[in-house]
Design a protein around this ligand. Structure first.
Ligand code: XMP
Ligand code: MG
Length: 190
């Protein structure tokens, strides 16, 4: 792909091994998801719950593409720290600012890997009695799933590789990349 298709690399180019999803592919898929979700939720107001920090870019682009009135909440949970494998231990670092009972809640996740984080989150949010509770995940790794989670909307199924960009980090870097890719092995050993 050309640089124009990928989007600017913010100087990270030398660290990137290969690009999985270009900026154009991501934005195109978000438009498709938003069109479908706007039809599914027609006439309703949706409360978007973004999972920090990975879903921030997705939330921002998705909310603008969705032709419905939305409100936004954020939640932060710990799952990985800065390593690259799942622990299954989930802790709330930042909770929602409001009661969600009676609301149509759509959780926006950056990525479903083992599914452990989301499975815990859905139980937690479900106990707060929302009118409805669904998930829209930009990415999913089907080969990494350890627990089945009911996810109504998925952007892309990707191979079981660690990816960065478009909100996803390695040691807090690369979140600002407009595309999604993998890192060269030497980045991890540095
Ligand atoms: P689980 O395994 O609980 O993981 O489904 C969900 C959370 O783990 C992080 N995660 C990743 N972050 N590249 C990242 O930058 C990846 O390939 C990756 N896989 C999982 C992410 O925070 C996600 O919400
Ligand atoms: Mg992370």
């Amino acid at each position: 792909s050309t640089t124009a298709e990928l989007g600017p690399d913010h100087g990270y180019g030398p660290d990137i091994d290969h690009v999985l999803l270009s900026e154009q592919q991501i934005q195109g898929r978000i438009t498709e998801l938003a069109d479908r979700i706007a039809r599914d939720y027609e006439g309703r107001e949706v409360l978007l719950v973004g999972v920090l920090k990975g879903a921030v870019l997705f939330m921002s682009d998705f909310a603008r593409a969705l032709r419905l009135p939305t409100q936004m909440e954020f939640m932060a949970v710990s799952s990985y720290g800065s390593s690259t494998s799942s622990s299954g231990v989930v802790r709330i670092l930042k909770d929602l600012d409001r009661d969600i009972s009676g609301m149509d809640v759509l959780v926006l996740e950056d990525i479903i890997d083992s599914g452990l984080t989301l499975s815990w989150l859905l139980k937690n949010l479900g106990s707060r009695r929302p009118a409805s509770l669904e998930v829209c995940a930009l990415l999913r790794k089907p080969d990494a799933i350890k627990v089945e989670v009911p996810v109504r909307y998925v952007g892309f199924d990707i191979p079981n590789e660690f990816v960065v960009g478009y909100g996803l980090d390695y040691a807090e870097r690369y979140r600002d990349l407009p595309y999604i890719g993998t890192l060269k092995p030497q980045v991890y050993s540095a």
